[in-house]
Ligand binder design. Structure first.
Ligand code: FES
Ligand SMILES: [Fe+2]
Length: 424
């Protein structure tokens, strides 16, 4: 019997293209640290390593369960150079597969989303059920050592949290809840899976994916780049939340005269989301969920970004807005003000990320320094640097200066503001 295991090729653990000493300066306390080495934004070897070791090496977000609600409903999800199929089976189960025909390797599904009774390869018409099983293909009856049961679509490990779909291409990551960490307990008061998408915008950004995540991690740039945002949530407001696991959580405060982030600052009659506390009404919660998700929870809507690296200097960013279906059913529901606000803010961000991408390529540029407003950028960069170093050391977050004692680090962990980490 020919061995045809329904598994991806044996994964070679890639070797890091950076030496620990190359990121040693990043791993210092924030006020002594350097930002990431410039080549990590441009080097193809670094990019390939990140894709294989990080994006294909553990859980990554790929979409929303609402796009695969009914039997046969599916969507395609780009991840680590793959274009995965996420589909709801006739048995109600959500599954994920590599979008690759087991015959001669053609892409099986071309439409990015839809509903199908089964998957039929466009090349020689091999047919796979929604659970991945291959039906006996024409003209294979006489093959020796060929059992169609062993030649189904290759499955991927899949799980969900709050309506968000994750896959683990390595098949070996810890359970999703453990991987995600504190964010799963931080937001249990909400049913984010019940929200529905109102708008999706896809951006093609000429910047490295890490520049985009770093940009999301600070508001040092807000007064100059986002006057509209800074008017509603001042750049130096807010705090970190406990952040163990894949997510780094924080919030910013909405000034009392405003209700949410929109062009006007008003929620246009939308009630706060079910589960919101009094504190939540005045906050925008922001989380980076390693490696590819930006999570922004407003009093009346959720916004998610998917950050999909395409090349060292090019990233696809998908932004989606979700609202409560009860609010959407109201005749005067109008989300345009919130969408316009973030579309503008997104474009402002992409512009400066692209400027950074251009400048960090210059022969004049050497790794810069973090301001005292960028300890959360440093926090993300530590996650990156530790993974490059691959020496088993996890650099503690929140170390600001060399003089700080361990006790001081612990004391500040719950009260430090992302905007003034070094001010006190
Ligand atoms: S490659 Fe799919 S049927 Fe031939
Ligand atoms: Fe920004």
């Amino acid at each position: 019997m020919v061995d045809a295991p329904a598994k991806p090729r044996q994964r070679l653990v890639p070797t890091s293209p950076l030496e620990p000493q190359e990121v040693a300066l990043v791993r210092r306390p924030t006020l002594h640290a350097s930002v990431l080495p410039p080549r990590t934004f441009h080097d193809q070897n670094v990019f390939d390593y990140e894709q294989e070791a990080w994006f294909a090496g553990a859980w990554a977000s790929v979409g929303r369960e609402e796009d695969a609600r009914h039997p046969g409903q599916y969507f395609l999800a780009p991840l680590a150079g793959e274009n995965l199929i996420v589909v709801r089976g006739n048995d109600g189960q959500l599954r994920g597969f590599y979008n690759v025909c087991r015959h001669r390797g053609a892409t099986v599904v071309e439409e990015t989303a839809g509903t199908l009774p089964r998957f039929q390869c466009p090349y020689h018409a091999w047919v796979y059920d929604l659970d991945g099983k291959l039906k006996q293909p024409r003209h294979t009856e006489l093959l020796e050592d060929f059992d169609p049961a062993a030649w189904g679509l290759v499955p991927v490990r899949i799980a969900t949290w709050q309506g968000i779909v994750y896959v683990d291409l390595s098949g070996a990551a810890e359970p999703l809840d453990l991987f995600l960490g504190d964010i799963t307990t931080e937001f249990t008061r909400f049913d984010l899976g019940a929200l529905r998408r109102v708008k999706r915008i896809d951006y093609d950004v000429k910047a490295n994916w890490k520049a985009i995540v770093e940009n999301f991690q600070e508001c040092y740039h807000c007064p100059g780049v986002h006057p509209q945002l800074n008017r509603i949530t001042p750049y130096n407001s807010g705090s970190y939340l406990p952040s163990a696991g894949a997510a780094m959580n924080s919030f910013m405060e909405v000034l009392p005269q405003f209700e949410t982030l929109s062009m006007s600052g008003a929620a246009d009659g939308r009630a706060p989301m079910a589960g919101m506390t009094d504190d939540d009404h005045g906050r925008i919660y922001y989380s980076v969920i390693w490696p590819n998700q930006l999570f922004s929870l407003h009093p009346d809507y959720l916004m998610l970004h998917w950050v999909t690296p395409l090349e060292p200097g090019r990233t696809a960013v998908r932004c989606e807005w979700y609202f409560d279906p009860h609010e959407m059913a109201k005749p005067d529901f109008n989300p345009d003000d919130a969408i316009e606000f973030w579309d503008l803010t997104n474009r402002q961000d992409w512009h400066v990320c692209e400027l950074q991408q251009q400048g960090t390529k210059s022969r004049a540029y050497t790794a810069g320094r973090y301001s005292s407003m960028e300890s959360s950028v440093h926090g993300f960069d530590l996650m990156v640097a530790d993974r490059y170093a691959a020496d088993g050391v996890i650099t503690p977050q929140g170390r600001v200066s060399k003089q700080e004692s361990t006790a001081a680090v612990k004391a500040r962990a719950n009260r430090v503001s992302p905007g003034n980490a070094a001010a006190d």
